[in-house]
Ligand binder design. Structure first.
Ligand SMILES: Nc1ncnc2c1ncn2[C@@H]1O[C@H](COP(=O)(O)OP(=O)(O)O)[C@@H](O)[C@H]1O
Ligand SMILES: [Mg+2]
Length: 269
């Protein structure tokens, strides 16, 4: 033990869709995963491997069939999604989904900020506004001077950056990023990845990031897991991870699973 506290503990988590029918799909097959406070785990795997389903299970989009989910040593297995949302920030692929387009940047941030503190929406004070300005400035996108701009007028990358701030402004215990740069152009995607690592490192947020960018998966964060057919088939960190190349990873996969890693958006270089 290194003294770090455990933040997420998945114990024998299983989920089967359409059980007992011809469409039966074992999407999560007895997943065991333990994350320490501050772990930044990247997640890779083929289409349909169960990556998003894993996030859905953690966030409470459905209840799992078997097993237990503990967040910060609290058993949340039976908690509904809205309750878990106080502690779990989640970012999806679609930059249009995380923000309210007809509200301004400032209002969006205020909404996220007050949601957790349960302050009234209009109880924002000057120091809150200057806090928003500060975190916007840190994005280095010039948005701190556009706080009254409606979010609907921003680019996909800018909106994803705002969503990222909204997800992290109240220091969640866990941040789930589901291919959150996949819908962006390469330059915007790089920028959002940089912003992501800055925010995560600065706030030491325990983070899981699904990505189709294998190189990013091996270079960002401190740990990488690979999923296939509802199972975790590789879990590496430290030296072993540092030395691993994209090619070695793909070779490992094809040897282990007797098939090629396929993902329609996979970036290998
Ligand atoms: N809500 C659902 N209902 C039925 N099947 C689902 C549902 N969510 C996911 N699945 C199935 O579970 C498998 C894993 O899906 P998913 O977790 O989305 O894969 P990934 O994110 O790794 O590409 C797929 O076969 C998918 O069709
Ligand atoms: Mg997915």
């Amino acid at each position: 033990m290194n003294g770090l506290k455990q933040m997420l503990d998945l114990r024998n988590v299983s989920k089967t869709f359409y059980p007992g029918t011809v469409n039966e799909k074992k999407a999560l097959n007895c997943i065991n995963l333990h994350l320490e406070q501050g772990d930044f785990v990247t997640i890779i795997g083929s289409n349909g491997a169960g990556k998003s389903t894993l996030f859905n299970a953690i966030a409470g989009s459905f209840f799992i069939d078997n097993g237990a989910i503990l967040l910060d040593n609290k058993n949340i297995t039976a908690d509904p999604d809205y309750k878990r949302a106080y502690d779990i920030g989640r970012l999806m692929q679609d930059p249009m989904k995380g923000t309210a387009p007809s509200m301004t940047i400032e209002e969006n941030l205020a909404l996220a900020y007050t949601r957790k503190s349960k302050k009234g929406f209009f109880a924002l004070n000057k120091s809150d506004a200057s806090h928003f300005r500060e975190i916007l400035a840190a994005l280095d996108l010039g948005l701190e001077n556009r706080m009254k701009t409606k979010v609907g007028h921003l680019s996909g990358g800018q909106r994803q950056a705002i969503t990222l701030l909204m997800c992290t402004i109240s220091s969640p215990k866990l941040l789930l990023l589901d291919e959150h740069t996949a819908a962006l152009d390469p330059a915007a995607a790089q920028k959002i990845l940089k912003i992501t690592t800055d925010i995560v490192n600065e706030n030491k947020i325990t983070t899981m990031m699904i990505t189709h960018d294998i190189k990013a998966a091996l270079s960002l964060g401190n740990r990488t897991i690979m999923m296939d057919e509802g199972e975790i088939i590789l879990d590496i960190k430290g030296d072993k991870r540092e030395k691993l190349t994209v090619e070695e990873l793909l070779t490992y996969y094809s040897k282990e699973r007797k098939k090629q890693l396929t993902n329609d958006r996979m970036l290998l270089i």
